[in-house]
Design a protein. Structure first.
Length: 92
């Protein structure tokens, strides 16, 4: 159980804060950056916030549908989770 919590709170936030994304994002040429920082990486606390919000959003089906709809309809193509965390996913 403790191992699962460490992985859940460690893998994605650490990868995003340190390298700009998880292995999958890096392979796809994507990077998570600060929306207001001119391409700077997210600090760890914001990466944790983003990760926890993503866990909640993608666990509850109506929230997933709302999130996908919001991304599709927004001008900047950012999810509500990214707007709250102050992040953006960009192609590198």
């Amino acid at each position: 159980m403790a191992w699962a919590i460490v992985c859940a709170l460690g893998y994605s936030p650490v990868c995003v804060a340190r390298w700009g994304g998880t292995i999958g994002k890096r392979v796809m040429g994507l990077e998570v950056v600060r929306a207001d920082g001119g391409g700077c990486r997210l600090p760890y606390r914001k990466a944790v916030l983003r990760h926890l919000l993503n866990l909640v959003t993608y666990t509850v089906t109506p929230l997933t549908i709302a999130c996908v709809s919001a991304i599709t309809l927004s001008e900047d193509k950012r999810s509500p989770v990214d707007k709250v965390a102050g992040s953006a996913v960009v192609r590198r």
